[in-house]
Design a protein around this ligand. Structure first.
Ligand code: PMP
Length: 361
């Protein structure tokens, strides 16, 4: 394989063995003479694929039996609407913890459906951004739920501790966190994640919801966003994104074969540390996030001399290091280093950054 490493925040790179397997069975899956994408979602062949993928995800995340796993459409933003439509009754409000642009976007969308209490918890201490301890968050004990985003894909802030909400249902946008490290699902009422980072291609959204939360959706909830409807129909009320579901299944198998979430999480820590350590030891690059809240998946960094940004990106691309431009809202650079990014990719990036620094200092 060519040594090109794709640092895109999503759709992100997929594990090479997954792509190779998908390619090998693209035209003829399991001797059916068809591609998986040509099979009926209700055929026994596809049902076997779907059931196995769910079982593997349950195994990887140790999902308790009283949770439904839904394979939905609509992406993370679809869930920004689905969550309040399903969980926010007219006589209640919901707390939204704001740690960056995605949690803010979730709160703004939820406001279309009910009363939302936005709680900003990012502070600057000694010039570094950090997240206030959750014991200091002014949570409403009567809220319908608390929503937060443990990893802010754009801003690069990650909250590793699960907040204590004293019985108020906790909802989390795990789009860029899922499967990157171990997470105690039983602490959550609902988890959702767009697939295009650690799960598979875009077009699929995973929802993990505790069963007692089903059945209270607003009557105007579109059927494909109604968790009860999706759960009652095994995520097949309408035609699900079958090929994305199949690919997600291959990613789950790859992850199990690679030792599961625990094993990948220690590699993820190693990868992130390599990059942060290099940035911290350099006067040429900088990162302003407090060490305890630095994302393991999305590493933003800035060149101190921003006039070199274009040269950095062009030379990185020529060296086979793709999609390093920071999000347009924050500028600078961002290296997204999801599960499929091998440590060699991060090593190659650090070597490139060292050489670029030498050539431009
Ligand atoms: N939440 C988070 C944390 C994200 O990173 C993203 C996308 N990058 C979204 C939500 C939105 O996801 P989608 O584009 O699938 O709607």
């Amino acid at each position: 394989m060519s040594a090109v490493y794709n640092f895109c925040a999503g759709p992100a790179m997929l594990p090479v063995p997954v792509m190779v397997k998908a390619q090998s069975e693209f035209l003829n899956w399991n001797n059916t003479g068809c591609s998986v994408m040509e099979l009926s979602h209700r055929s026994k062949e596809f049902m076997a694929v779907a059931t196995k993928a769910e079982a593997d995800l349950r195994q990887l995340m140790s999902i308790p039996d009283n949770y439904k796993v839904l394979f939905c459409h609509g992406g993370g933003r679809g869930q920004f609407s689905a969550v309040p439509l399903n969980l926010l009754p007219a006589n209640k409000s919901a707390d939204y913890i704001i740690t960056g642009s995605w949690s803010k976007a979730a709160a703004n969308e939820a406001e279309n459906f009910g009363l939302i209490n936005k709680i900003n918890v990012v502070e600057k201490v000694n010039g570094q951004r950090q997240i206030k301890d959750s014991s200091q968050w002014p949570l409403d004990k009567n809220a319908a739920y608390v929503h937060y985003c443990p990893n802010e894909t754009v801003d690069g802030l990650e909250l590793f501790d699960i907040p204590e909400t004293h019985g108020v249902p906790l909802v989390a946008d795990l789009s860029s966190t899922i499967l990157s490290r171990e997470i105690d699902v039983s602490k959550f009422a609902l988890i959702y994640a767009g697939a295009q980072k650690n799960i598979g291609p875009s077009g699929l959204t995973i929802v993990i919801v505790r069963e007692d939360l089903l059945g209270s959706a607003d009557v105007k909830t579109p059927c494909i966003f109604n968790y009860q409807t999706e759960a009652d129909n095994s995520s097949m009320y309408n035609t699900p994104p079958t090929y994305a579901w199949y690919l997600a299944g291959l990613v789950f198998e790859w992850l199990i074969d690679s030792g599961g979430v625990k094993a990948i999480s220690s590699i993820n820590k190693e990868k992130a540390q390599l990059l942060y350590q290099f940035v911290d030891n350099s006067k040429f690059y900088r990162n302003d996030i407090a060490s305890q809240h630095r994302s393991l998946m999305n590493v933003p960094f800035w060149l101190v001399d921003e006039s070199l940004n274009n040269a950095f990106l062009e030379q990185a691309k020529s060296a086979g290091l793709l999609a390093l431009e920071g999000h347009r809202m924050v500028g600078g650079m961002r290296a997204s280093i999801y599960n499929a990014m091998p440590i060699e990719g991060v090593q190659k990036l650090v070597n490139f950054m060292r050489e670029f620094e030498k050539g431009n200092s």
